[in-house]
Design a binder for this molecule. Structure first.
Ligand SMILES: Cc1cc2nc3c(=O)[nH]c(=O)nc-3n(C[C@H](O)[C@H](O)[C@H](O)COP(=O)(O)O)c2cc1C
Length: 232
């Protein structure tokens, strides 16, 4: 089975990346236990290392009888990844929240991951031949309470609605109050308490990592079930 992980943070080893790595561990462990003979292929992509754009509005994916109907035809670093996703068994997307939304790179990826499969019809049909389970992991400075009182839940609901329309309801994990700077004393900051951030990192981040692992487990079990149903 083949699983993809997509890191929408520019930081290769920080909060989002660590959580994604844990989700991958959850996927791996689950498949190894449930299907010991199964070969597992995993690919971890850092979006900020790739050269690509969002949708360019060429509409090759919507052209009637067109060669690229239902597929994105932009030739850049995302093309092979989107192609790979068409036969993958699952994908976990991770993004920090930047100015109340996912990062720009994640948003551009998302346009290409969703729009080619979306049909302009009254039924809002999906052209995705591969209904792969999708996981979403978000990290942010906001506390849970600040998040609940903010506009971010609405923004992330919209993000996930797009995924649901094409692939089915995604697994979702929100990670709050993350540790942002390596050394808080070096940066202008009057709103975050460094002691609190260290405590949160030590006491709560391990729970977040476990939740990411569990998301990976659920996604793997779902992927196995979908594969089984496909083979019946
Ligand atoms: C440009 C920028 C904008 C940010 N905007 C927000 C925001 O609107 N809300 C929030 O809660 N955190 C915000 N953050 C904090 C990050 O979401 C948070 O530190 C995240 O966990 C970073 O993920 P990473 O460690 O994987 O890079 C912002 C960070 C940056 C660099």
């Amino acid at each position: 089975m083949k699983f993809y992980v997509v890191n929408g943070s520019p930081r290769k080893n920080r909060n989002t990346a660590q959580l994604l790595t844990k989700s991958l561990e959850g996927i791996n462990d689950t498949i190894k236990v449930e299907l010991p003979d199964e070969k597992i292929k995993v690919k971890f992509f850092n979006l900020y290392k790739l050269k690509y754009t969002g949708c360019r509005s060429c509409f090759a994916c919507k052209r009637i009888n067109g060669k690229h109907y239902g597929h994105c035809n932009i030739k850049d670093d995302l093309k092979p990844i989107l192609k790979g996703l068409e036969s993958a068994d699952g994908v976990v997307l991770g993004s920090p929240i930047y100015l109340s939304d996912v990062t720009g790179q994640m948003r551009s990826f998302y346009e290409r991951f969703i729009f080619p499969y979306l049909v302009y019809d009254r039924e809002a049909s999906s052209l995705a031949s591969n209904m792969l389970p999708v996981g979403c992991i978000y990290t942010m400075n906001l506390t849970k309470q600040q998040y609940d009182e903010s506009e971010v839940p609405m923004v992330l609901d919209l993000f996930e609605n797009g995924i649901e329309r094409i692939y089915g309801k995604p697994y979702s994990l929100k990670v709050f109050d993350t540790y942002q700077f390596k050394d808080y004393s070096k940066y202008k900051n009057e709103i975050f308490n460094p002691e609190h951030k260290i405590k949160r990192r030590e006491e709560h981040f391990p729970i977040d990592l476990q939740n990411a692992y569990d998301l990976g487990r659920s996604l793997a079990l779902d992927a196995m079930e979908r594969k089984l149903n496909c083979n019946i």
